[in-house]
Design a protein around this ligand. Sequence first.
Ligand code: ADP
Ligand code: ZN
Length: 218
Amino acid sequence: MRLIILGAPGSGKGTSATVLREKYDLAHISTGDIFRSNIKEQTPLGIEAKSYIDKGALVPDSLTVSMVEDRLSQSDCSKGYILDGFPRTIAQAEALDQMLAKKNEKIDAVLSIVVDDEVIKQRVSGRRVCEKCGASFNVTFKPTKVEGVCDLCGGNVVQRADDNEETVSARLKTYYENTKPLIDFYGSRDLIVEGDNGASAEDCIAQIEEGLMAKNII
Ligand code: ADP
Ligand code: ZN
C-alpha cells in the first residue's frame, strides 16, 4: 500500500504516520526528518535547506523532488510506504505522478489529518522531539518522565529550531497557500481519507482505518 499523509504543521501527521508504519510494515518517508538529518550532518543539501526551514518557508521543489526520487528508489520502499511531508505543492504532486508513472505504480490513498489552528499553535510551541529516535513529546500534553530525556531510548529531547511561535505562523501560512490545495487535487481523484486528530490520536487512526477499509485498501 502506498499512502500520502497531509496535514498542517503540528497536526500530528508524523505521529500518525509512525503508528501506521509499524502496524502495516510500511517504509516511512518523512521529508522533514531527511532534511533535519542532512542539516545535522552538514551536507550540501542540509546547508541549503536550513536557510528555508528556519524561516518557515518551503525548500525549493527541485531539491525536494530529487531527494524524494532518490529515497523512493531504495529497496525498502517495495513493501509499500507512507509519504509524510511530501508532496507539499502542486508541482511536487505532479512530479510524484511522473515518478510513479515510470514505475507503473499509483498512490492508494491520501490521508488528510484535520485539526483546529489554535490547537496546532499550542501543540507546536510545546513540542519536544528526541534527537536520537525522533519520538515526539509535549511539555503540556505529553511530558517526558525525566525532563529532557526520551522515555523510549534515553536520547536527548530538544525543541526543533523551527518550532517557535513566529516560525509556526509562517509555516501555517505556507501550509494554507501551498499545501492545502492538494486536498482538492487528490479529492478530485477520490483518494482522500480523513482523520480528525483534534481529540485523540487513537480515534484519528481508527477513522483512517475505517476509511481505508471502505476503499478496500486494508
Ligand atoms: P511540519 O509538518 O511540522 O512543519 P516537517 O518536519 O514535515 O514539519 O517539515 C519541516 C520543514 O521542512 C518544513 O517547514 C519545510 O521547510 C521543510 N520541508 C519538509 N518537506 C518539504 C517539502 N516536501 N517541500 C519543501 N519543503 C519541505
Ligand atoms: Zn528517543
